[in-house]
Design a protein around this ligand. Sequence first.
Ligand SMILES: [Mn+2]
Length: 402
Amino acid sequence: MNNLIKASSTLLRRSAKKQVRYHHPSPFDPQTTKGWAAALKEAELPTTVHDAEVKRGLEIGLPGASSIEDKTIPTFSRGELPHFAGINTFMKAPYVENIHDVGNYDATVVGVPFDGGCTYRSGTRFGPQGIRRISALYTPYNYERGIDLREQMTLCDAGDVFTIPANLEKSFDQISNAIAHVASTGTFPIILGGDHSIGFPTVRGLASVTSKRIGIIHVDRHADIQEKDLDERMHTTPYFHATNLPNVRPENLVQIGIGGWQVPRAAVPNMVERNTNIFTMDDVEVMGIEKVAEMALERAWDGCDAVYLSYDIDSIEAAFVPGTGWPEPGGLLPREALKLVGLVAAEGLCGMEVVEVSPPYDHADITSLMALRIVVEALGSMVAHGTMGKAKDIFDKPFVPF
Ligand SMILES: [Mn+2]
């Protein structure tokens, strides 16, 4: 009997073994995945700031009702939770109403609600609101990177610049004023556009408070380097004017994703004459996003002391970003875009902007969500690589109002 059981179980084992199909190297150790390594990293993160937030929430928001079992829950929502509640600043960061206080934070969100530079669809004046709204969805923790922005950096939301809807040039002066002030305090400016015409006054603001040279990594489907469009400095023109600044040179302007059927011919002779650096989607496909990022960093940093990131959301395949002024199929896939931003930001940026989010044309906030993700990807990369705040010393000139 025993022998019979033994024999049949051996048979069973053999037939079971026969049916195994390995889709991975065998033997597979589940603890060799990056996913597992990321899980282990979480335990290394502190909870200090989180704990202080909970304590403060209970003090200022009243302890919860007696039937609430979780004693960290206050009566009034005063922190991250619940995600659907609270005042909708960027990632629930504190609203800093007094603009003289932004220097107390590592990074500052500045909204630039402006669409006076749009040449087709408008609505980017609602971009900062759209991005802030969906930012309520996010926690400050990133699983793969094993970082927690709440614990590892400080962030505030300074609200919006007072733009003048019917006047580009007055709006530009307001924007340069705002960004020059914010950068001069040493905080990292995160600018939420707004159409891409703001790309000139943002850089002009930064450049005015430094004696150093700034390179620009400009991710876009469009070249944005005409001198004028429709007789004005519209959103097709920022890099003509930005690269006229004495400390922002066209050889340090890197344009990634350019192409398709929307690049005005008027832009092209300027790119050629100024010898900018241009990568099309074909370049991305042939060389790969890592190589493009490496070359972009090399060119943008060449002879420069800092690099600024200008991210046009329309650089991403139109299917993912319907809420934008000039959607164009064939652009970056979201994973490529996020990878690119992470690689570029790892070296440390002196500021960044995300532009051309137009919530009135958006669906289910997906374009705003993508813009948010671009921002947190840059912040996460800088925190992970210890480069947050690296560029603040370049702002060595006093703020002189425009
Ligand atoms: Mn564009």
